[in-house]
Design a protein around this ligand. Sequence first.
Ligand SMILES: [Fe+2]
Ligand SMILES: [Fe+2]
Length: 384
Amino acid sequence: MSDKRISFKVDGEVQGVNFRSYTQKQARSIGVTGFVTNASDGTVQGEAQGSADQLKEFVQHLNKGPSAASVSGVEHNEISSKSGENSFNVHQRHFSSSESSKIQKFFEKKETELVRRTPAAWPHHEFSPEQMNAVTVAHRETQTRADKAALVAVKILRWGLDVATGYKHKQGAMTEEKYMIRNVFLESVAGVPGMVAGMIRHLNSMRRMKRDNGWIETLLEESYNERMHLLTFLKMSKPGPFMRLMVLGAQGIWCNALFFAYLISPRTVHRFVGYLEEEAVYTYTRQIEDLDAGRLPKWEKLQAPDIAVDYWKMPEGHRTMRDLLLYIRADESKHREVNHTLGNLNQKEDPNPYASEYKDSSKPHPSKDLAYTKPTGWERHEII
Ligand SMILES: [Fe+2]
Ligand SMILES: [Fe+2]
């Protein structure tokens, strides 16, 4: 039995209605291979391969579509079949269509025979739209000499980041591509401190044979969250060789510098990360503002990639680039609060306020979600 392959195009109300995941589900249950993607002209397009009967059934499903869709027409043409394809995938839409074939192969999920799915190890603490919209830019005033040193270090790093990513402060100077480069670099830097701090505390606890009081998990979870930010952006834009080199260099220097800094003064490092996260909230707030002002047209209809929809459990109808930026900004605001708070504590003795239960739980206290927020961090006397 020889396989046939078709290219297809579905017209109608077909984007933003779950059409691609519906198509994938049908294709997999029928046993058809290929891919589906949202095209920039508003249609859903793709290719499918299987026996004549399988393809006939598949096209019937395309004509029907998921309940939220309204299909006005399906075109399909036979094309030459491909060998070596063994699954049916959803492809994301990208900024430049000419590059899309290269990008689609960029860390594509590998299907295996027995594994159904691999969910996030640290499920995200869900945020409501009101909570995410309430996130604001904030700054903690410096109080000690160490605070001042941390702030100066962030200013220097920020300057370096601006130069490396070609960041311009002038309104309208930033394009979607420039922001994306900045975000990739920023997130690759942001994913390091939590892991380094968590590792040092882990080793410390074992070496000194003492409890850690719950800090390690929060720190590791933070770096996990940052890596999800990075992976999400990477799904949307593939960095060039220069960016990869920058990330590599930054990691080599940055990771080691943080390691020694955390050994010397963990409090200062937490304060430093708190200030860094202030910048992150600021950067994402600017992107949301630029998007709302119509300065980033390519992002207006862009959908969040599946990896993001899964991780943040983004509800149907709230899966645009703007929604994604709201989620990420809210995460950054939490990192800002967590690190400023940790920077206020006794590093050796105090329990992690984000992993603790409070005697009076009706009073506001630190939480992993956005139930209670304190952008400049909780003071020690308020929580310990
Ligand atoms: Fe981040
Ligand atoms: Fe962050």
